[in-house]
Design a protein around this ligand. Sequence first.
Ligand SMILES: [Zn+2]
Length: 389
Amino acid sequence: MDIAIQIFSGGFTGKTVLFETVEEKLFSILPRLPVSKVIMGWSLNKTLYEKTAEFLAKNNIAFYLWFPVFSETGAFAINDPNKKLSPLIDVRGNELEKKADHTGEDFSFCCPNDPQNIENILSIFDENFSSIPFTGIFLDKIRYPSFAQGKQSVFTCFCPHCRSEYEKEGFDISYLENLFFKQNTTPFGITGYRGNGQYDFDDPVMSRFFSLKSRIVSRSLSRICGYFRDRGLAIGLDVFAPFLSPFVGQDLLQLSGLCGFIKPMMYRATQAPAGLPFETEALLHGTESKNTTKEQAFYGLLGFDPGKKVFDLDFTVRELRSLASVSACSVCPGVEINRIKNLADVYPDYIEETIMAYFTTGVRGLVLSWDLLEAPEENVVRAADTIPR
Ligand SMILES: [Zn+2]
């Protein structure tokens, strides 16, 4: 089993952590766990990365930079107008409104389809991180916004680059808009779920819309992954759970062909973006399904039991099992070990139950997420005791 640990060292503009803090945490966990990778990012602190790289190299552990792609990188435009990223545009031609920040991260997104955005984002890596001896890169926020930023943000992007894609595909945008906001008996008129993010819709235009978004993200990621591969870096991708993935433009099978591993964020206890209960609620609210028969119909299609105390483990296991059976690369699900009040109330029993179940699904590893520095000792100890040596 491939065991990775994630460390949040601060955002591009926020406070950063000291190497000594990271070192102390690693010293306490490494003797207990066979860690093969450390993923850390994305504060701008060369010394921290250089010292960590040296420490990990000595311990024969791969070091991945945790790098957000289509979100967060907008921060560089504050000091450098050349780094300005073109935003997502709604169907009326307006910039998408920014939503409040949940976790110290910035969840506003740029258009993943604008080639200039991609070049600017790669230059951010080049100028700030390329001299540090990382073994790999771990790409996060490789998507469109989710329902957590409102339904309108899922119905994007309509910038000139994206409009030309719709034209090429022969979309009637006003028909699509009506369809998107139409009332159905299930969210978006979903009629079936075949696993791995593959939904059937009663109108195939809906399915074509989500496929096009995923194709755009995959195409951009193919360029981005090529850039990092050419620099000799191994690649991991942070992705949504399969049943949520099409709504953020992620085709997990396409993405799995571009990297060494994918980390579906199977966060059953997280009440923040990417967390399964949080995103499911957002989807239900965003599609006006909450507390209606549509909610029950959606659960029925997924085979999801909403009555469980913690997000349905059997459903989550089925999601992982089907993903692991078709993925072109290793699947290493993310499991929370940090505890952040009201956002991730994570305790040892949850960790044990989750890890034990995920190990039965055919996955090749785990990513202990998303911040070792916020993980209480008892959580780390239980994770270590649960993972077979
Ligand atoms: Zn666009």
